[in-house]
Design a binder for this molecule. Structure first.
Ligand SMILES: [Zn+2]
Length: 337
């Protein structure tokens, strides 16, 4: 009898497993992203629809794992007539540099230009930025002056690998004098300074900006300059790269002075949503299409290509994030209701 009950229970268990549990496992998206399931399709699959300028409909389509962008004015989708969207790599404002993502040692941002001390005070001469970031900075500084904020001072901008190494070594040597062990000194240095190769200053898109009334790190916060900066920087393409409530995600202590150019509209989207760059890219590369009030963002992964019809090409930007990944931004469009 006991043997019968055992066999019966085992059979019942197997039936339940077969009928209810296995189908659930089989359809569960095992790490699949939101559009991964259509990746192998030979025909056009509509991922997303939005309204572009003049209420024309913009379609985001997927075929053979490639992305096709077209407006309703183009007619039916035709992969023959759509043009490849070229990737902006050198000088991309979408670069991700952190402890897991470094730039090649030989990377030099294109067109590095010295910041003019006529526009903004400099703590050191010869600080340089990429041209687009320099223009964004000048526009922001002018706007601040119009609001009566005149006290910004820049302490650091582009840093080559050699400069990063020197800063790391000098911090390590100061901490060694005050710490009990080398390990403690190293840990304190790492808290404050990125490892050479992993500093965002290498991109030419980041700078450290302070107030002449609160020049030192600890008294920048709540200065008039800092209060203006945190309210307005997103309108000039900048973000506070290491926010107070995101130290776990960024793996970097709160730095109200370290600002980074990611370009508009991404700067506004991150500001509105209260997201740091790491969180945004985690979502994007999990396969989510993200829209803000005026733009659509899509993550483009290794080997995926993007094509667009000629009439919307000027609204499309494809920019390098890190090895094998790009961010696709479609400007001037709103989600279809
Ligand atoms: Zn910095």
């Amino acid at each position: 009898m006991r043997r019968f009950i055992y066999i019966f229970s085992l059979s019942a268990f197997l039936v339940v497993l077969w009928v209810f549990i296995l189908p659930l496992v089989a359809i569960a998206p095992a790490g699949q992203d939101s559009y991964g399931q259509y990746a192998g399709k030979q025909a056009f699959h509509t991922l997303y629809e939005a309204y572009g300028k003049d209420q024309c409909c913009i379609k985001v389509l997927l075929k053979n794992n490639n992305i096709y962008l077209m407006s309703s004015a183009t007619g039916s989708p035709d992969s023959e007539t759509m043009l490849p969207v070229s990737v902006i790599s050198a000088g991309s404002t979408k670069l991700l540099v952190n402890k897991d993502n470094s730039l090649p040692g030989e990377y030099v941002p294109p067109g590095l230009t010295s910041i003019s001390s006529k526009v903004v005070k400099l703590e050191y001469a010869g600080l340089k930025l990429c041209p687009g970031t320099l223009n964004a900075l000048y526009t922001m500084i002018d706007a601040a002056k119009k609001d009566g904020i005149h006290g910004f001072i820049i302490n650091s901008a582009y840093r080559s690998i050699t400069a990063q190494q020197q800063i790391f070594d000098s911090n390590l040597s100061s901490f060694t004098k005050t710490s009990g062990t080398y390990e403690e000194a190293y840990a304190s240095t790492r808290q404050l300074v990125a490892l050479p190769g992993n500093s965002e200053h290498h991109t030419g898109l980041a700078l450290d900006i302070f107030s002449i009334n609160g020049r030192h790190r600890n008294d920048f916060e709540d200065s008039r300059e800092q209060l203006w900066l945190k309210e307005n920087l997103q309108n000039y393409g900048f973000i506070i790269r290491y926010p107070k409530d995101k130290t776990e995600q960024t793996n970097t202590v709160y730095e109200p002075w370290h600002i980074r150019n990611v370009g508009i509209p991404l700067s506004r989207y991150l500001h509105e949503q209260g997201l740091c760059l790491e969180e945004f890219y985690d979502r994007i590369f999990a396969g989510h299409v993200i829209e803000d009030s005026e733009s659509i963002f899509l993550g483009i992964k290794d080997k995926q290509k993007v094509f667009a019809s000629a009439d919307i090409m000027q609204e499309v930007r494809l920019e390098t994030v890190n090895t094998g990944n790009c961010l696709l931004t479609i400007n001037n469009c709103k989600k279809s209701q």
